[in-house]
Write a protein that binds this ligand. Structure first.
Ligand code: HEC
Ligand code: HEC
Ligand code: HEC
Length: 301
């Protein structure tokens, strides 16, 4: 019922702009039927729905590009969208939500069935896409890594070898993302070559994403600076070489979390060398160091 109604309404909007200003209640379906016999617009996954998920969700939920998955889990997904709790960046527009509901009510059509009434021809053969690392990063990584979200590290400009090693660790399950439980899944399908290309592209992008949220002149920061110089700078002060990720400008919560897990022997990472270098430091020291690092917003230096 709802779908037919919306279908026809959409057709009308397309066909005549005059109808745009008409109140919906005055709309006469009979008129529409005679004006364009046989015109039928379906809401389909391919044309209408998939782009919505691609644009708003797959950076964090890669499964949402899969038709079967979305169809099967639609109720839960729709609830999050309708209530406005997803995406995190703000509620989707009413038009989009209505479209999603109409797609559900139309029983989740995947592709257009009838011959297309769209005058623009649809290309039949889509050429094999080349692996475009920048595009992959844009589509799949920036949703988290460029938002300055607490707990999410800045990954831009880190050493290529470090980035590739960590991605491989996630892929092999030797490092676990216990923050958002996403990293292991997201790198799973990349080949070794693709990981290398992504690492290279990330390394070449010089971008600071961390938000400075400490008083840069506080005693905490001063203490942290002293500790860092004494115990960490020998390895971490530079722009980063193979083994040494830079830390200045890194996200504060991520640093604290990471260091505390190293100390507690609960690090979900294979390399355990950091534990030794953090020996003797108290939680307050760790927080001071992280505050100092956060105050150094330049990143990478
Ligand atoms: C910036 C990252 C991000 C984006 C973008 C995002 N989500 Fe989420 N989503 C999360 C995180 C993190 C959780 C787990 C925390 C929670 O449940 O609130 C989550 C949880 C969910 C859940 C419940 C758990 C699950 O996997 O079933 C649903 C459903 C969901 N999101 C739907 C969506 C939809 C639909 C969109 C797009 C319209 C979207 N999300 C966009 C990060 C994101
Ligand atoms: C849903 C959010 C989310 C998405 C999307 C995401 N990441 Fe992450 N990423 C995280 C979080 C959270 C961590 C930290 C987890 C941990 O402590 O291990 C992380 C950690 C990393 C690290 C380790 C950084 C370090 O300093 O050790 C790398 C490298 C990385 N991500 C690369 C990527 C790449 C490449 C993509 C896209 C293909 C991506 N991430 C997509 C949330 C995300
Ligand atoms: C002898 C060299 C060395 C010293 C000294 C050292 N580190 Fe490290 N650190 C490393 C190496 C190598 C890694 C990357 C491999 C790993 O994760 O174990 C690392 C990783 C880290 C990470 C994780 C970075 C990321 O992006 O996830 C943090 C945080 C860190 N160190 C903090 C410190 C702090 C704070 C100190 C001083 C108290 C310190 N380190 C001293 C060598 C060192």
């Amino acid at each position: 019922m709802k779908i037919t109604y919306l279908t026809v309404l959409l057709s009308v909007l397309l066909i005549s702009c005059n109808y745009k200003s008409n109140p919906v209640d005055n709309f006469d379906p009979a008129l529409q039927e005679s004006a364009t016999p046989g015109l039928k617009m379906e809401i389909t996954w391919d044309v209408d729905i998939k782009p919505v998920f691609q644009k708003n969700c797959i950076a964090c939920h890669s499964k949402f590009s899969d038709f079967e998955y979305v169809k099967t889990n639609f109720d839960g997904i729709f609830k999050r969208i309708d209530s406005g709790t997803m995406p995190m960046s703000g509620k989707l527009s009413k038009t989009v939500i209505t479209k999603l509901a109409a797609w559900r009510d139309g029983k989740f059509v995947q592709s257009a069935s009838a011959p297309s009434v769209d005058p623009t021809p649809v290309p039949t053969a889509i050429p094999e896409p080349v692996f475009d690392a920048q595009n992959v990063i844009e589509q799949q990584c920036t949703g988290c890594h460029q938002t300055g979200m607490a707990g999410v590290p800045n990954i831009y400009g880190l050493p290529v070898d470090y980035l590739a090693a960590e991605m491989n660790h996630y892929k092999e399950g030797r490092r676990q993302d216990g923050v958002m439980f996403t990293m292991n899944r997201i790198v799973k399908d990349f080949t070794d070559e693709q990981i290398q290309v992504i690492a290279q592209a990330l390394n070449e992008t010089d971008k600071c994403t961390a938000t400075v949220n400490v008083d840069t002149h506080s005693d905490d920061v001063k203490r942290g600076a002293t500790l860092f110089k004494l115990k960490c700078a020998s390895c971490h002060a530079g722009a980063g070489t193979f083994a040494f990720p830079w830390l200045k400008g890194q996200d504060r919560q991520y640093l604290v979390q990471t260091m505390l897990s190293f100390i507690a022997d609960e690090s979900p990472r294979p390399a355990q060398q950091m534990k030794a270098y953090l020996r003797g430091l108290k939680e307050q020291d760790i927080r001071n160091i992280a505050a100092f690092l956060n105050s150094q917003s330049e990143c990478k230096k």
